[in-house]
Design a binder for this molecule. Structure first.
Ligand SMILES: *Cc1c(COP(=O)(O)O)cnc(C)c1O
Length: 395
């Protein structure tokens, strides 16, 4: 059958090559340690599951309004007020089918053909594809390790031209494991003043910050920032609810209404009983979230410490999300165990084949010197995997 040019232009996920090979090896009985996960290893807290079961049994099985049930929009508004000091009315909020859907739909609703989107590296692999599917153009800005892989105000200023329509920010960052400080965000906001550039702020890892890191929503920085920002968040990462498919977007009413029109024809709305349970999660979830966060924090600092003790591996302490993103460029260009390692993908493939540890190459995120290791797995697995990596890099 004919496949559209649009669909043909979407490449298969560049991170899949390693993860599908890891699965294959596992199925063949190989003891693979996987640091490739992009989701929490915890189960959804019981009280949230119970709320969904109750909703199902109570007959919450029909369509909801396309933009989401009123109670959930109110619970999101309360959350944004309480956690982020942001005031949104329910009509400024839309419930989407996962934050990935929020990203896609908000881009479809706000960008035109030829619009440019400033996208700093490292970026989540979905962003450039979502931008291109809207006919817009990702303008990738290469950041550096010296600046913690964050875009500087100078870089932002230099990237703006009359086609610039959006800046896409993701803090805490996947795959980078870092978080912008409030001051860093404020200096970016200042550059945008006087422009009509929209900020898409993907805050899905908001609850997973470590050490002294303080999370601040971009939209809360100033009235100017509030008026230009679409805030995206969801339940997947903080509540270990990836399979429930619930995300949300908050922002200026005209953009949210436009998203609602698209959504009414594309997906209708999110799953009804999942929305009912999400109300309970948002209102009563703080304790469950904190338990998981503390566990991630322990794992992240241990993984980072182990990585830095390996020669030729440089890793910044993760301050957010659940990823270490070390620079392994000292090992790129080497021959390891007979394999020529010329790229981050070669590195990941050789590590998997020879030492049976799965990591994700950095190149698809725009960072060819790095690899991503997820610490959404047990301390025991982290120890075992790092022992293997250490030994492998010595060969
Ligand atoms: C996981 C993730 C999301 C969205 O996840 P959903 O499951 O669709 O809510 C969005 N952005 C980033 C950067 C992510 O890592």
């Amino acid at each position: 059958m004919k496949v559209s040019r649009k669909a043909q232009a979407v490449p298969p996920s560049a991170t899949m090559a390693v993860t599908s090979r890891a699965k294959e090896m596992k199925a063949d009985g190989v003891d693979v340690v996987s640091f490739a996960a992009g989701e929490p290893d915890f189960d959804t807290p019981e009280f949230i599951k119970a709320a969904a079961v109750e909703a199902l049994k109570g007959g919450q099985t029909k369509y909801t309004p396309a933009a989401g049930i009123k109670e959930l929009k109110s619970a999101v508004a309360e959350k944004l007020k309480k956690d982020n000091n942001l005031t949104y009315s329910p009509e400024q909020i839309i419930i989407n089918i996962g934050a990935k859907h929020s990203v896609y739909e908000s881009i479809q609703a706000t960008l035109d053909e030829g619009d440019e989107v400033i996208l700093p590296t490292p970026y989540w692999v979905t962003y450039p594809e979502a931008i291109k599917l809207a006919g817009a153009v990702p303008k990738i800005v290469q950041t550096s390790r010296d600046n913690g892989y964050k875009i500087t105000p100078g870089q932002l200023k230099a990237s703006i031209n009359d086609k610039t329509a959006m800046l896409l920010l993701n803090s805490p960052n996947n795959p980078g494991g870092f978080c912008y400080t409030p001051q860093e965000l404020a200096s970016l906001a200042e550059v945008l003043e006087g422009t009509d550039i929209t900020v898409l702020s993907d805050e899905i890892y908001e609850k997973l910050v470590y050490g002294k890191t303080r999370f601040v929503s971009f939209a809360s920085l100033s009235e100017d920032a509030y008026n230009r920002t679409l805030t995206i968040n969801g339940l997947s990462k903080a509540f270990a609810m990836t399979g429930w498919r619930l995300g949300y977007t908050a922002g200026p009413v005209e953009a949210i209404k436009a998203m609602g029109r698209l959504q009414s024809h594309m997906t209708q709305g999110a799953v009804t009983f999942a929305q009912v349970a999400a109300v309970v999660a948002l209102r009563k979830g703080d304790e469950a979230i904190e338990k998981m966060r503390l566990e991630f924090e322990k794992r992240g600092s241990y993984m980072c410490e182990r990585l830095n003790s390996i020669e030729g591996v440089i890793c910044d302490e993760p301050t957010g999300a659940f990823y270490c993103f070390p620079d392994v460029s000292a090992h790129i260009g080497r021959t390891i165990g007979g394999a020529k390692v010329d790229t981050s993908l070669d590195f990941a493939q050789a590590l998997l084949e020879q030492a049976n540890v799965a990591v994700v190459p950095g190149a698809p995120f725009g960072c060819p010197n790095n690899v991503r290791l997820s610490f959404a797995c047990s301390l025991e697995q982290i120890t075992k995997g790092l022992d293997r990596i250490e030994k492998w890099l010595k060969t």
